[in-house]
Ligand binder design. Structure first.
Ligand SMILES: [Zn+2]
Length: 161
């Protein structure tokens, strides 16, 4: 039997106790996770990544379902996902990607009220990284370092271009 691999489902376990919307909070404050704040979309590092380089792309507007996206948001969101993939490719050279949406708690959404795409870079044999990446002492350092590499590449990106 072939098992479908959906690593972002781990989000549910790791961010259960989230009270505020992390995306709206990131838009209104300065933090060391947010890579891009545009007029229509935003990109941030996942604080609880499946693997280093795990990004989240969301519309700026606090909406929960794809049918609430207007045409501009729909287009920009896909363009932002594509941009994120391009940047991850150039910096981290992954062999592939998992990209997906969790809609609703039952589907594994940690922040179900604000729609977001998971963009997860994958490498051949990366399941071997699991013991390392699940070590909580390692993750904050890895995220900080990766943020430093990715942030400059999002600097010149603008929605609508
Ligand atoms: Zn929100």
């Amino acid at each position: 039997m072939k098992t479908m691999w959906a690593p972002w489902r781990m989000e549910y376990i790791q961010s259960e106790n989230q009270e505020n919307c992390i995306f709206c909070e990131a838009l209104s404050t300065t933090d060391d996770l947010t890579l891009y704040k545009g007029s229509i979309t935003m990109v941030m590092m996942n604080k609880y990544p499946y693997i280093n380089g795990h990004l989240l792309a969301a519309p700026v507007r606090h909406i929960s379902m794809p049918d609430e996206l207007n045409k501009d948001e729909m287009g920009e969101l896909m363009a932002t996902v594509e941009k994120s993939v391009g940047i991850l490719k150039s910096v981290m050279n992954p062999d592939g990607f998992n990209i997906g949406l969790n809609l609703g708690k039952v589907a594994g959404a940690g922040v179900e009220e604000h729609l977001h795409f998971h963009i997860v870079p994958r490498w051949h044999g990366d399941t071997n990284f699991m013991p390392v990446i699940s070590d909580l002492r390692v993750i904050p350092e890895a995220i900080k370092e990766t943020y430093g590499y990715l942030k400059p590449l999002f600097e010149n990106y603008r929605n609508g271009e």
